[in-house]
Design a protein around this ligand. Structure first.
Ligand SMILES: [Zn+2]
Length: 120
């Protein structure tokens, strides 16, 4: 899906879940990670190569999956995390490769920066 729309969608979902004031949004460039939630950085991250090849429904599920992690620190993918997924409208399961289009390689550093700049 479109990166700019994905970023807006993520910020909107963060706002709705009331984490938008404390947590920030970040782009990442990884081969095996669609999204992540970092407590240390207080950030919800989406991976550009994954967003590019997946549809809005899948990206939105990933966003809500990560926000559920932000909502319950240190609960991994347990029942508390699952309850937050249900509340936020995410599938309460750990993402597995069959749920999304996989990525074969990361972007080059230049491509990553160029894509990031498109979403400012
Ligand atoms: Zn997870």
């Amino acid at each position: 899906m479109d990166l700019k729309i994905a970023k807006e969608l993520c910020l909107l979902e963060m706002e709705k879940a009331k984490v938008g004031k404390i947590w920030k949004f970040e782009w990442i460039n990884k081969k095996h990670t669609f999204g992540y939630c970092s407590y240390a950085r207080k950030s919800i991250a989406l991976c550009i190569p994954y967003v590019l090849v997946n549809d809005e429904k899948t990206v939105l599920n990933t966003i809500r999956h990560e926000i559920a992690h932000a909502k319950c620190h240190k609960h991994g993918h347990n029942k508390y995390w699952k309850a937050w997924c249900v509340k936020l409208g995410a599938i309460p399961e750990r993402l597995v490769w069959k749920d999304y289009v996989p990525v074969k390689k990361r972007l080059s550093k230049k491509e990553f920066i160029d894509y990031q700049n498109q979403t400012h």
